[in-house]
Ligand binder design. Structure first.
Ligand SMILES: Nc1nc2c(ncn2[C@@H]2O[C@H](COP(=O)(O)OP(=O)(O)OP(=O)(O)O)[C@@H](O)[C@H]2O)c(=O)[nH]1
Ligand SMILES: [Mg+2]
Length: 209
């Protein structure tokens, strides 16, 4: 099924925030622990199998990978956080770059936080929810890899997480997802599409219309 994101193309990979595309327009970021399925989710949402690189080895995405689906409208695949086996120096680099991205990126309008449904709400996920709330950004949680659980466990986890996310943010939403089976992509598209239709913030108060 086609959606706003169906004609998405790879734009650029950035090792540092300074290499990202110009900070204009709007973008949403896909954040989550390493191996949670960020890259697979982008491929499911855009209906484009090989767009974002997927790997069985955690720590695969070690760059900010940017994709453009409309002029100046982007999806950003973030490096996974919390993967212990990454060398210390690289971990430091990424923590610094992701922090800087989240704090300074004007075109960032929302984050999709991807969790493995079997291990939801880890410390970084909670921090991301808190941070998005405090920054006035949209946020939406995907409980990914639902194909790994039975229906009862899915329902139980969804209820539990729905309750828990309220501690961190009043406005965040949550859904069950399977990037592998492309289950839940319509719902995801319906949640994030309106984020892009809001008027862009005028950052220059002196600019004349
Ligand atoms: N069973 C199942 N496996 C999935 C699902 N989504 C992703 N995977 C698998 O999980 C592994 C990691 O997926 P990625 O999309 O590369 O995860 P990532 O979050 O981008 O990982 P990093 O780039 O390392 O941070 C791959 O083997 C995927 O095939 C899902 O919904 N169900
Ligand atoms: Mg990845």
């Amino acid at each position: 099924m086609s959606n706003l994101f169906s004609n998405c193309e790879f734009l650029i990979s950035a090792y540092k925030t300074s290499q990202l595309p110009d900070d204009d327009g709007m973008e949403i970021a896909f954040a989550g622990r390493s191996n949670s399925g960020k890259s697979t989710t982008i491929n499911a949402l855009t209906n484009h199998k090989g767009l974002a690189k997927v790997s069985k080895t955690p720590g695969r995405t070690q760059l900010f990978n940017c994709f453009e689906f409309k002029p100046n409208k982007r999806l950003v695949d973030l490096p996974g956080y919390g993967y212990a086996k990454v060398p210390k120096k690289m971990k430091k680099h990424w923590e610094k770059e992701i922090d800087s991205y989240l704090m300074n990126r004007e075109s960032l309008i929302g984050v999709v936080i991807i969790m493995d449904i079997r291990h939801p709400m880890k410390i970084f996920d909670e921090q991301m929810l808190t941070w998005a709330d405090q920054s006035g950004l949209h946020s939406h949680v995907l409980l990914n890899k639902a194909d790994k659980l039975n229906n009862n466990d899915i329902k139980r986890t969804l209820m539990k997480v729905n309750k828990e996310i309220r501690k961190y943010s009043q406005s965040t939403t949550c859904q069950v997802f399977s990037a592998l089976r492309r289950m839940g992509t319509n719902e995801l598209s319906q949640v994030v599409t309106p984020w892009f239709s809001e008027p862009e913030q005028d950052t220059d108060p002196f600019e004349k219309n």
